[in-house]
Design a binder for this molecule. Structure first.
Ligand code: FUL
Length: 511
């Protein structure tokens, strides 16, 4: 009995020695005595918060720009518009939600107030809203209709509330912060669960215009108190703007980026002890090409998990303009954007602006659904399935066959301490493919810095393509190749690499 106990204990100790220690937090400070190796190690252990993880898994969400600009055919209203002009004749939020969920999107972020200040809900804090419009005889509440439609069609709800307000007289004074928090409170208490709050950084006041000092920390605390699961995006601590509005992100996209500690005073003032509690005001240039390489993080005072969102419109404008009906992005263009957003470790937030009727235009619906069918056709057939799989090494419980199973729970992990390795696939016969998908288990952080895809020809491994970061998801395209043996090589990683999904696909010819 005693021997059995000793043996069992020895096994447990051995097993735990092989196990990767759990990663830490979504924020880490760099100490003056940290060596370059320990900084890289720390970077590899920065992980998403649970709200960031839930947000990332949405992958593909919808923006709805609809409001006064829809009727004036402008992009930025002046704030002097007459509420009487807002008059959609056939508005049907169920048509929006039905089409967007059929298109595979998982959330609607509704622009509740754009820069012109007109509110789509009957707010108590201004008369510049739907309550003074002819729509539904002034009894309408579009945020409510969208929230209900989202619930019916299984979509999450997000809200965009423009900080810049060209109508509100208090804009530019301290009182505006009260006004903004009041409006935010209405939105976060009257419509059920909200999963994303989107704060736009845009302001076109110019040098002689009004200057508003936004009380960001107060806004964030309001959201954390009322809807703690909601990710705060762009001018917020949870989600970073990718830096363009084209739909194209970076080929090397790190979710772990330097954090400027000059904000700690504000954080302390905000009564939160840790930036990872999610109340830091983003600073720095998000448009730079390199945000998270080794050279950037080695000089950083602290590091934070701050993943990227790619926002782009299906039409040239954010709002509907009838003359753009024939400029709706094609399914092929949307697929190209998909590869450059979701396929480059970002979430895709695609804007679909309803028309003057209050409906998503037929051309937009057609393109969205065709795009969904195209993705299903490509990604519905993983050519790796059925393969015999082996790896250079594995951590117990994380065998390489797990890369065939989607989801967080099952994943491959190399043996602890290995920062390189490979997974080999013996396919069931020769296959032709031109697209690779890889995902890391980001619950363990983002670790892979360089990888490649190889095929075996004439008894030799030949490289097909190389990539840098993987992160939540990475897609690579290449000219079609034919092979029956394939290998994914992790060439360099910041810590023991994980792969939670691998796929090989073939696009239809000509795409
Ligand atoms: C920008 C705004 O100025 C545009 O009108 C649009 O709302 C876009 C999503 O963000 O900054």
């Amino acid at each position: 009995m005693k021997i059995r106990f000793i043996l069992l204990s020895a096994c447990l100790i051995l097993l735990s020695a092989c196990r990767e220690p759990q990663p830490s937090d979504s924020f880490v400070t760099i100490d003056p005595g940290d060596s370059p190796e320990s900084i890289i190690e720390k970077a590899s252990r920065v992980v998403p918060s649970s709200r960031q993880l839930d947000w990332q898994e949405l992958e593909y969400t919808a923006f709805i720009h609809f409001g006064m600009n829809t009727f004036t055919e402008r992009e930025w209203g002046t704030g002097t518009e007459d509420p009487a002009w807002f008059n959609p004749t056939e508005l049907d939020a169920r048509q929006w939600a039905s089409a967007l969920s059929e298109a595979g999107m998982r959330m609607i972020i509704i622009v509740t107030k754009h820069h012109d200040g007109f509110c789509l809900w009957p707010t108590a804090y201004t008369d510049h809203s739907v309550k003074n419009s002819p729509w539904r005889d002034g009894q309408g509440d579009l945020v409510k209709e969208v929230a209900e439609a989202c619930r019916e069609f299984g979509l999450k709800l997000g809200v965009y509330l423009s900080p810049w307000d060209r109508h509100e007289p208090s804009y530019g004074t301290d009182e505006y912060n009260d006004h903004f928090v009041n409006q935010l409170t209405e939105l976060l208490t009257q419509y059920g669960r909200v999963d994303e709050v989107w704060f736009d950084g845009a302001c076109g006041e110019g040098p002689n215009g009004k200057r508003q000092v936004y009380d960001w920390l107060r806004y964030y605390q309001t959201i954390r108190k009322l809807q703690p699961q909601a990710a705060i995006a762009v001018m917020g601590p949870d989600v970073r703007w990718v830096g363009t509005e084209t739909g194209y992100g970076r080929a090397t996209e790190w979710s772990v980026v330097p954090y400027n500690l000059t904000n700690t005073d504000q954080i302390a003032a905000g009564s939160q002890q840790q930036p990872s509690d999610g109340v830091f005001v983003p600073v720095g240039n998000m448009m730079e090409q390199d945000l998270g390489s080794r050279s950037r993080i080695l000089e950083a005072p602290a590091l934070i998990w701050y993943p990227s969102e790619v926002d782009v419109s299906i039409r040239p404008g954010w709002f509907y303009h009838s003359e753009q009906d024939d400029q709706v992005k094609t399914p092929e263009k949307l697929l190209d954007i998909w590869f450059s957003s979701v396929g480059q470790n970002s979430l895709l937030l695609l804007n679909i602006p309803p028309d003057k009727r209050g409906l998503i235009h037929e051309n937009d619906v057609e393109s969205l659904i065709a795009f969904k069918k195209l993705r299903d056709r490509i990604f519905g057939n993983n050519l790796i399935e059925g393969a015999r799989i082996r790896a250079s090494s594995s951590t117990p419980g994380h065998k390489p066959a797990h890369v065939l199973i989607h989801g967080r729970d099952q994943f491959w992990m190399a043996r602890r301490g290995n920062t390189e390795g490979w997974i080999e696939f013996d396919l069931e016969g020769e296959k032709v493919f031109d697209c690779l998908e890889l995902r890391e288990n980001i619950e363990y952080g983002q670790r892979v810095e360089e990888f490649s895809l190889e095929i075996r020809k004439d008894n030799q491994w030949q490289e097909v393509i190389q990539g840098t970061t993987i992160g939540y998801s990475r897609l690579l395209r290449f000219p079609p190749v034919r092979a029956d043996q394939v290998r994914i090589r992790i060439i360099q990683a910041r810590n023991t690499p994980t792969i939670s999904f691998a796929g090989l696909f073939k696009k239809p010819d000509g795409i």
